[in-house]
Design a binder for this molecule. Structure first.
Ligand code: HMG
Ligand code: MG
Length: 299
C-alpha cells in the first residue's frame, strides 16, 4: 500500500542553491523560501552553518535567517556540521538542525575533512547540546547507494553509520543517494536492513538525486516500503559541490505530479510551485531541469 499523505522536506534553498555557480543574494533566497511556503511547503531546509570557504553560496546564512518571515507552521531546518555551526545556528534562533555524515571514507574526507569515525566524534557533542536546547535533529547519511570514488557501498556499512548517528539521539534519518546511482531494489533492501537494525520507516526520509533518472522510481519503492517523508528540491535544483557526478535532486514538481496522480496528499499547489521554479530559473539564468516544470510552462 501507499501512505495517504506524504511530508515533503524541501531542500531547494540549501541543497539546490549550494551547487549553483551564481551566488544568489539573500533577499532573493528569502523570496524563494517565501514563495515555496506560499505554494504549501511546510518544511524548508534554508541554509547551512558550514565553513563559508567550503560553501560560499551559503555564506550569508545569518543574513538570510534574519530576514526570513517566521511562522509557527513553518519549519526551517539548517545543516550544522560541528559545534561552531551549532553556536551560529543557536544565535540565530534555529529550532531544527541536520547533521550530515557519510557512509564512505572518501566522501567523509572530501565533505567534512574527517574520517568517518572523526566525523561521528564531531557530531556527537552537536547532537547532545542541540537536544539539551530542545532542538529537533535530523541525521543525513550520504552515498547510501554508491560512491563516485569507492563504487558499490555495502548495505551493512550504511546501516552501521546510520545506527551510530541515530544512537546519538537524532529524530529522523535521511538516506542520501548523493550521486543518484541507486535503483529501487537497492532502496527496498536498504530499508529492510535498517528495520532489522531497529530503525523503522517512521523515522526515515529518502533523499534521491536524479542523475540516472531513477529518483521517482526509488521514491515509489520507498513509499511502498512505508516511508512517508521525501526530500526534494523545487525545480530539481542542486547537487553537491564535494561529490563528483551529483546532479540535481529529485524535483519537487515531479514528486508532486506523481503523488497527485496516486491520490497521495501533500498540501502543495503544483501550479504555484512550478511558477516559483520558473521565477528562480530566471534569476539563475538557466531553465529548470524538471520535466514537470517544463511540461507546465506556458507557450
Ligand atoms: P575544517 O577545515 O576541518 O575545520 O573543516 P576546522 O574544524 O579545522 O576549523 C578551521 C576553522 O574553520 C576554524 O577557524 C573554525 O572556527 C572555522 P580558525 O580558528 O582557523 O579561525 N570553522 C567554522 N566557521 C564557520 N562555521 C563553521 C565552522 N567550522 C569551523 N561551522 C568543516 C571542517 C566541517 C567545517 C568543513 O569541512 C565544512 O564546512 N564542510 C561542509 C561542506 C558542505 O556543506 N558540503 C555540502 C553538504 S551536502 C551533503 O553532505 C549531502 C546531503 O545533501 C545529502 C545527500 O545528497 O546525500 C546532505
Ligand atoms: Mg543532496
Amino acid at each position: 500500500g501507499l501512505p495517504g499523505r506524504v511530508t515533503i522536506y524541501e531542500v531547494g534553498p540549501r541543497d539546490g542553491l549550494q551547487n549553483e555557480q551564481a551566488v544568489v543574494p539573500a533577499e532573493v533566497k528569502a523570496e524563494f523560501v517565501t514563495r515555496l511556503a506560499d505554494a504549501g511547503l511546510r518544511t524548508i531546509e534554508t541554509t547551512s552553518f558550514v565553513h563559508p570557504r567550503w560553501v560560499p553560496q551559503l555564506a550569508d546564512a545569518e543574513q538570510l535567517l534574519d530576514i526570513l518571515p517566521r511562522s509557527p507552521e513553518l519549519r526551517y531546518p539548517v545543516l550544522v556540521p560541528n559545534e561552531r555551526g551549532l553556536d551560529r545556528a543557536l544565535a540565530n534562533g534555529v529550532t531544527e538542525i541536520a547533521i550530515f555524515g557519510s557512509a564512505t571514507e572518501t566522501f567523509a574526507r572530501r565533505n567534512l575533512n574527517r574520517t568517518v569515525d572523526e566525523s561521528l566524534a564531531m557530531f556527537a557533542p552537536v547532537v547532545e547540546r542541540a537536544r539539551a536546547e530542545g532542538l529537533w535533529v535530523r541525521a543525513y547519511v550520504s552515498m547510501v547507494c554508491g560512491d563516485p570514488w569507492e563504487g558499490d557501498v555495502p548495505v551493512e556499512q550504511v546501516v552501521s553509520v546510520a545506527s551510530r548517528m541515530m544512537d546519538m539521539g537524532c529524530s529522523q534519518l535521511s538516506l542520501g543517494d548523493t550521486i543518484g546511482v541507486g535503483t529501487p531494489g537497492q532502496v527496498t533492501a536498504l530499508i529492510e536492513a535498517l528495520a532489522g537494525a531497529g530503525i523503522g520507516t517512521d523515522r526515515l526520509a529518502v533523499h534521491f538525486h536524479d542523475t540516472y533518472g531513477q529518483a521517482l522510481a526509488n521514491t515509489l519503492a520507498a513509499l511502498r516500503a512505508g516511508v512517508t517523508v521525501v526530500d526534494s528540491s523545487a525545480g530539481g535544483l542542486g547537487g553537491c559541490p564535494y561529490a563528483e557526478s551529483a546532479t540535481g535532486n529529485l524535483a519537487t514538481e515531479d514528486l508532486v505530479w506523481m503523488l497527485n496522480g496516486l491520490g497521495v496528499e501533500t498540501g502543495v499547489d503544483l501550479d504555484g510551485l512550478a511558477a516559483t521554479s520558473r521565477w528562480m530559473a530566471d534569476r539563475l539564468g538557466r531553465p529548470s531541469p524538471s520535466r514537470v516544470v517544463q511540461a507546465l510552462s506556458p507557450g
